[in-house]
Each structure stands twice: as structure tokens, then as C-alpha cells.
Design a protein around this ligand. Structure first.
Ligand code: C6P
Length: 414
């Protein structure tokens, strides 16, 4: 068990200024909503200030030194993301976030490769961002949308996988569920999908922040991530795509920077990755994302996974004490099978009331459907409360959650 007093953890906590700001009620901030967005270390905040105060200029255009410096930093950030995912820089496309990355594939690959009679396979666990684009693609093309079922713990049921893969051209699934934390068995699904002739898009929004990801070892065709969930700023994300697939795809958005030659009647397009980056990019945030990657790599992604394992084990153990008072924990409870989130309900307290009460104690959790309405409906849960953990969370944070829940039990007379 990694103790809250471990000097590495103490140093990490010290790196996040917001964690040292008391709440408006004078409580210590206990941030347990990192699955929604993580907090940012000082180095990332400094990087944004440094860019705007020292070398703000548009990239890929100016010949002056400032522009060259901005371009260099922007492309260096891409190299860092490529290294982090074990990809080539040409395979790293900047997007606004995971959602835009998935939409890019749906439009640029999907509309050109999926036709009536094909199947698209996803799972019953997906975030709306990895479901709605495929619903629209299926509607537009006449393809069939199918689902890998999950059992009542939210674990993938693969018994009929080969049948589900028949006629399938695309499998799109999350690496880690944002509602239950379930880790998808990609090592089984991806090879079987490929053997059936499908390509695989992995929504890595919840996995990339929490565990080492190697897109080549996974053999994922596309992998989508958001910087803001992994110590980086909002407004910047990445689509990784295998080079051959990206080469064969037409552009998604069109305009400046993504062209090679423009005539009045027609245009030719830039090389990868810029073919998919129309208009002025989110330069400052891309550079700051590179700093976030440096930060995470400095900590070590193995350590990150191990820390989360440890904190999740501790949280499961401590929350068990509240089960006799009506706490129901959803999803797998084996720290090997879940990443960063624990969803629960406490007797008949509405999750929004519970989250509001916890907030008065300085504990931030998310309540609601977590952008997975079909999963909630299937499970028969109108809403859940979700605590999510990250690199800066300590056993004291788990204790604050448990104390807040005990207070709720008293207030709601459980
Ligand atoms: N989940 C949560 O609280 P964006 O908004 O594009 O950065 O990420 C979308 C997204 C896609 N897939 C998964 C698995 C996700 O968890 C998310 C974002 C947040 O669970 C905000 S809804």
C-alpha cells in the first residue's frame, strides 16, 4: 500500500496549487472528480503563461523567430504525445478532445468505408461520445449498430463475440468505462475484430490518464484521448490513427494549414498529420499538453497505475464498512479489473443530494448519468454518485469521502 505520507505522493500533491486552496466553507479540497477533468500541476499552468507572455505567434506560417519558436514547441508537443502512446508523430492528429477525435473518424473514415448491410459494433458501456457518432453513421449509411453486452457488474460478455463480428467493419469501444471503471479486454477483442475484417477504434479518454498505453502493442487502429483528463488543459485532444488508414482518409475539416496547393477550382492536401488540422490550432494548449506528458512520464505511468490500484483497493475496503447502512457499489470491485472510478448509491438518498452534501465537506464527486444514459437505463439506475481518483489522491481523501458518507447517513437518518 502506498501510504499518504510517501514522499513521492506528497511531492505530487504539492505540485497542484488548487489542492491547497481551501473551499469557500474553509474545508480542505478533496477532489474526487478527476474522471470528469483532472487538476493541473503548476508546470502546466506555467507553460500556458510562458507561451502567451514570451512566444505567442501563429505556427507553420511566419518566418520570424517567434513564429519558429512557437512552431517548434507545438511540434515537439506532438512528438511527446507520440512517444507517450508509442506512435509516430505523423499519426498524432490534434483535436479539441476525445469527442472530436471520434467524430473525425466517423465522418472521414466512416462515411467513406461503411455501407448499407455492414455492421458497427460497440458496447453497452459507452460514453455518449462513443455512441452517438455511430448511431448517426449507421443512420446515414444504412449500417447495423450492434452491442457487446455487459453483465450486471458491467463486465463485457464475449460469449457471442464471433457472431457479433460477422459483417462488422468497425469496432468502437472504450478502454476504460467512465461510469464503472471496467477495463475492456482489448487483448481479446482487438485480434478477433481484425480476424473478422474490422478495424478498431479505442476511446482512451479514461485509460490514457491512468495506465501505460501502447497503441502498437494493443494494435488499435484509432485511439482517442483528451488532455484535460491527464493533467493537461481543456480544448486539446488527440486522435492516433495508423498511418495507412490516415493516408487513405479524406480530410475532415478543410481550410488553412491543411492544404498543399489551392486553385480556384480544386485543392490538394497537406501531408500527415496536418491534413487533418484545418485552421489555426490550439497552440498554447497543445504545448501545455506536452508539459503534462512530461509531468506524467516524470512520475512514471507504471507508478500512476500502481498508485490507483492501491487507492482503489483502499477505497473499496473502506466503503465496504457502509454497505450494512445501505451503500451499494456498482461495477467490478476487483482493483485489477477497474481503473479510476467507483460508482455507488447510498440507500435512497438521491445522488445529487449526496453530492451536494459531500460538497459542504469539501468533497467533490459527480452525480448523474455520467453521459452513459443507455447503460444507466439497462442497469435500472436513475443516477449514481461517482468518486474518481487520480495521482494526487491520498488515503486521507478516501477517509474524507467515508466521513462525508457517514455524515449523510446521520443527516438522512439511515
Ligand atoms: N467523460 C466524465 O465525467 P471529452 O468531453 O471529449 O473530453 O471526453 C468525452 C469522453 C469520452 N469517452 C469517455 C470514456 C469519457 O469518460 C469522456 C468524458 C467525462 O465521465 C465528462 S462527461
Amino acid at each position: 500500500m502506498i501510504a499518504a505520507s510517501s514522499s513521492k505522493l506528497e511531492k505530487i500533491v504539492a505540485d497542484f496549487p488548487i489542492l491547497h486552496e481551501p473551499t469557500s466553507r474553509g474545508k480542505r479540497l478533496v477532489f474526487l472528480d478527476s474522471a470528469a477533468t483532472s487538476q493541473k500541476p503548476q508546470a502546466v499552468i506555467d507553460s500556458l503563461v510562458e507561451y502567451y507572455s514570451k512566444y505567442n505567434a501563429n505556427i507553420h506560417r511566419g518566418v520570424y523567430e517567434l513564429a519558429a519558436r512557437a512552431t517548434e514547441a507545438f511540434e515537439a508537443a506532438r512528438d511527446k504525445v507520440a512517444g507517450f502512446l508509442n506512435a509516430q508523430p505523423q499519426e498524432i492528429i490534434w483535436t479539441r478532445n476525445t469527442t472530436e477525435a471520434i467524430n473525425l473518424v466517423s465522418y472521414a473514415w466512416g462515411l467513406n468505408n461503411i455501407k448499407a448491410g455492414d455492421a458497427i459494433l460497440t458496447t453497452q458501456l459507452e460514453h455518449h461520445s462513443n455512441l452517438v457518432p455511430w448511431q448517426l453513421l449507421a443512420e446515414k449509411t444504412g449500417a447495423e449498430l450492434r452491442f457487446i453486452p455487459v453483465d450486471d457488474r458491467g463486465v463485457h460478455v464475449l460469449d457471442n463475440l464471433d457472431d457479433l463480428l460477422k459483417g462488422c467493419k468497425l469496432v468502437a469501444l472504450s478502454h476504460v468505462s467512465n461510469t464503472l471503471g471496467t477495463i475492456a479486454p482489448l487483448e481479446i477483442i482487438i485480434p478477433r475484430a481484425h480476424a473478422a475484417g474490422a478495424i478498431v477504434l479505442v476511446d482512451g479518454a479514461q485509460a490514457a490518464p491512468n495506465m501505460p498505453v501502447d497503441v502498437q502493442a494493443l494494435d488499435a487502429d484509432f485511439y482517442a484521448i483528451s488532455a484535460h483528463k491527464m493533467c493537461g488543459p481543456t480544448g486539446i485532444g488527440v486522435l492516433y490513427g495508423k498511418r495507412a488508414l490516415l493516408e487513405a482518409m479524406p480530410p475532415f475539416l478543410t481550410g488553412g494549414d491543411m492544404i498543399r496547393k489551392v486553385e480556384y477550382a480544386k485543392s490538394t492536401f497537406n501531408d500527415l498529420p496536418w491534413k487533418f488540422e484545418a485552421g489555426t490550432s490550439n497552440i498554447a494548449d497543445a504545448i501545455a499538453f506536452g508539459v503534462a506528458i512530461d509531468y506524467l512520464e516524470g512520475i512514471g505511468m507504471e507508478w500512476v497505475r500502481e498508485h490507483e490500484h492501491s487507492i482503489m483497493r483502499y477505497a473499496f475496503e473502506r466503503l465496504q464498512t457502509l454497505v450494512p447502512r445501505g451503500l451499494t457499489i456498482y461495477g467490478p470491485q476487483d482493483a485489477d479489473k477497474v481503473a479510476d472510478v467507483i460508482s455507488f448509491n447510498f440507500a435512497d438518498i438521491h445522488p445529487h443530494d449526496l453530492a451536494s452534501l459531500l460538497d459542504t465537506e469539501g468533497v467533490c464527486v459527480r452525480a448523474g448519468h455520467h453521459c452513459t444514459m443507455p447503460l444507466m437505463e439497462k442497469m435500472g439506475w436513475p443516477a449514481t454518485t461517482r468518486a474518481s481518483f487520480y495521482i494526487y489522491n491520498t488515503e486521507e481523501d478516501v477517509e474524507a469521502l467515508v466521513a462525508g458518507l457517514e455524515k449523510a447517513a446521520t443527516v438522512f437518518k439511515l
